[in-house]
Design a protein around this ligand. Structure first.
Ligand SMILES: CC1=C(O)/C(=C\N=C/Cc2ccc(O)cc2)C(COP(=O)(O)O)=CN1
Length: 384
């Protein structure tokens, strides 16, 4: 086979994939990356941040991007990395939590919500965490009073808390402000998983903010030790671009391992060899869009979200909760059956675990006509 034959054969495989712009992908927290990322990917496609001394320019970019994202989170001096995704970011935060707890002779007892992403199940498995799951409120957030009482009970020595700022299923936001106070008062590490919400909440118009939630979630709260925030979700960066930020570089010593044969003597990330494409793309897209660009992106998505909810209600469907961000949960007692029927029509929604509902993530690739077509198909699944 010559190169053209190979490319032609690869095109056959690629043609079997769904395309975001077709509008059938309704359950994804990723979307079509900003088109500028193509040129950036070409420019940085051979870089390796696993050996940063060889790619000094790309390594500088990573430090700048971490500071840029830190700026969104009210901490330009944040320490961290752009890595493979939110999973690696959460694993990294839990690895730091484990090592810090051990260094203080404290047990690895950590409070993690039922609404947490399954990457925390991997963390629990890999790092032998002792996980406590508090009850949830009607807003699908952790019951803060339970947490206060649990920690005040001397029998329970808690070393860490995870709060979610935009949970995967429903977009709910834990009361990070109250969790931060508890963390400070009790010398507890607080990790905030804002993998999805991190590029939404800072840009969200007040008119979309609901009673019942506190939208403060970042380093402006003294008790927040670390934050997961993924550019490859609502940040429009190409995969892979997950982000883990720590309050300062005090945390680095709890992540570093000796890496004798690299240009740097230690390595803190879980993944070793890693491309610089995600870093460079995030840098470029953040520079191009700026705060205004992300505000437009988020609030256009919220407009479409509100349109979906309004139109769904006209069909007689109801939401499990009012949308906290561009995630809609439509009540459906036969969620799995409906999901399969929709898939037969090429619509890819997901189903919620914590409620009987279909889950639609209104990402920037969805247009009004896609929403109209989806709701028509959903309505038809209920007719027979
Ligand atoms: C709050 C939180 C999340 O919603 C999350 C992923 N969420 C959704 C990942 C996803 C993306 C595309 C798709 O088609 C389906 C699912 C992760 C893991 O992020 P990841 O490793 O980059 O997938 C962590 N926290």
């Amino acid at each position: 086979m010559d190169e053209q034959d190979i490319l032609n054969e690869l095109r056959e495989y690629r043609n079997q994939d769904l395309k975001y712009e077709e509008g059938y992908i309704l359950g994804s927290m990723c979307t079509k990356p900003h088109p500028m990322a193509r040129k950036i990917s070409e420019m940085f496609f051979e870089t390796n941040l696993g050996d940063p001394g060889l790619f000094k320019g790309t390594s500088k970019l990573e430090k700048e991007v971490v500071s840029m994202i830190g700026g969104i989170l009210h901490n330009k001096n944040a320490f961290g990395y752009l890595i493979s995704g939110g999973t690696e970011a959460n694993l990294t935060a839990m690895r730091a939590f484990k090592n810090i707890s051990k260094s203080k002779g404290k047990p690895q007892n950590i409070i993690i919500p039922e609404t947490a992403h399954f990457s925390f199940d991997k963390a629990k498995d890999m790092m032998d965490l002792n996980v406590v799951r508090p009850p949830l409120t009607k807003y699908f957030t952790m019951d803060v009073k339970f947490i206060k009482d649990y920690i005040e009970d001397s029998k329970n020595e808690v070393s860490g808390i995870v709060g979610i700022a935009g949970c995967t299923e429903l977009g709910s936001i834990d009361n990070i402000c109250e969790l931060s106070k508890i963390a400070v008062e009790n010398d507890i590490l607080l990790h905030v998983d804002a993998a999805f919400g991190g590029f939404v909440i800072p840009f969200l118009d007040d008119k979309y903010k609901l009673d019942g939630y506190n939208y403060d979630f970042d380093f402006s709260l003294n008790g927040v030790s670390s934050i997961t925030i993924d550019p490859h979700k609502m940040g429009l960066a190409p995969i892979s671009a997950g982000g883990i930020l720590f309050r300062d570089n005090m945390f680095k010593k709890y992540l570093d391992v000796d890496a004798p044969y690299l240009t740097e003597k230690q390595q803190a990330t879980i993944i070793g060899t890693r491309s610089g494409v995600g870093v460079a793309s995030t840098w470029g897209i953040m520079k191009l869009l700026g705060i205004d660009g992300y505000e437009t992106l988020v609030n256009e998505s919220m407009e479409k979200t509100m349109y979906l909810v309004k139109k769904a209600r006209e069909y007689g469907f109801e939401t499990a909760i009012d949308p906290v961000m561009n995630i809609v949960a439509l009540n459906d007692e036969n969620k799995h059956d409906t999901c399969m029927k929709l898939r037969d029509e090429n619509w890819y929604v997901s189903v919620c675990r914590c409620v009987d509902a279909l889950r639609i993530v209104v990402m920037p690739h969805l247009e009004i006509e896609h929403i109209d077509g989806f709701l028509e198909s959903l309505s038809n699944t209920k007719k027979y």
